[in-house]
Design a protein around this ligand. Structure first.
Ligand SMILES: CCCCC/C=C\C/C=C\C/C=C\C/C=C\CCCC(=O)SCCNC(=O)CCNC(=O)[C@H](O)C(C)(C)COP(=O)(O)OP(=O)(O)OC[C@H]1O[C@@H](n2cnc3c(N)ncnc32)[C@H](O)[C@@H]1OP(=O)(O)O
Length: 166
């Protein structure tokens, strides 16, 4: 069967550490939906260095966490990370694109069980991740003054308007 047409997904907000285009310290993830998965291609660079020549585990973890945040566009509910586990299977070299693919594995009430895989251009899967996100309502963000901003992520998200062919 042919791959589903990728659909570009909007950043969570301009300053998001994972995907915000205006965050100078951000990873600047560019994320697409492919059917029931979300996908990003990330090339870690010297800003993300852990051991010499290799990506820092925290940078890899941040990329996975933020990509899981894009699965929420498919679920159409707001949720936050309760647990995140990264399995570092092999060192991730800087300067090589790695494709991270994430999806909802299953849902049980408020519990969203998510899974991701990170694979290099040589086809080697160098890390996987699993997360438990718990759904929350917008009031979760109210004490921090961000409830309307989070609500806007829902309101303005119209993935079919952003469909393109690549
Ligand atoms: C249209 C789409 C729009 C998309 C919007 C996208 C994103 C919006 C969200 C985020 C904001 C925007 C930008 C960033 C986006 C993405 C970045 C990635 C996401 C993050 O980076 S986000 C930051 C880090 N994150 C936190 O800042 C959370 C801090 N934390 C808390 O705020 C609380 O901890 C909370 C609210 C999570 C839960 O608190 P709570 O009181 O509501 O819930 P409680 O503890 O009662 O658990 C409820 C039920 O889950 C069961 N349960 C709990 N733990 C379990 C475990 N480990 N295993 C199995 N079951 C478990 C319990 O047993 C119970 O089960 P039961 O209901 O059956 O009793």
């Amino acid at each position: 069967m042919a791959d589903p047409m990728p659909i570009s997904l909007p950043p969570h907000h301009p300053q998001c550490l994972g995907c915000g285009p205006d965050n100078p310290a951000g990873l600047h993830l560019d994320v697409h939906r492919h059917g029931d998965t979300v996908v990003t291609d990330i090339t870690f660079d010297p800003r993300h260095r852990g051991a010499p020549g290799l990506a820092h585990g925290g940078a890899i973890s941040a990329a996975c966490d933020d990509l899981f945040g894009f699965v929420l566009y498919l679920v159409e509910e707001v949720a936050v990370t309760r647990t995140l586990t990264v399995n570092y299977l092999a060192p991730v070299p800087l300067g090589q694109p790695h494709r991270i693919t994430a999806r909802l594995q299953h849902r049980h009430g408020r519990r969203l069980h998510l899974e991701a895989t990170g694979t290099g251009p040589d086809g080697l899967t160098r890390f996987t991740a699993e997360a438990l996100f718990l759904t929350v309502d917008h009031n979760h963000f109210a004490p921090h003054g961000a409830d309307t901003e989070v609500q806007a992520m829902f309101t303005h998200h119209q993935p079919h308007d952003r469909e393109h062919h690549n």
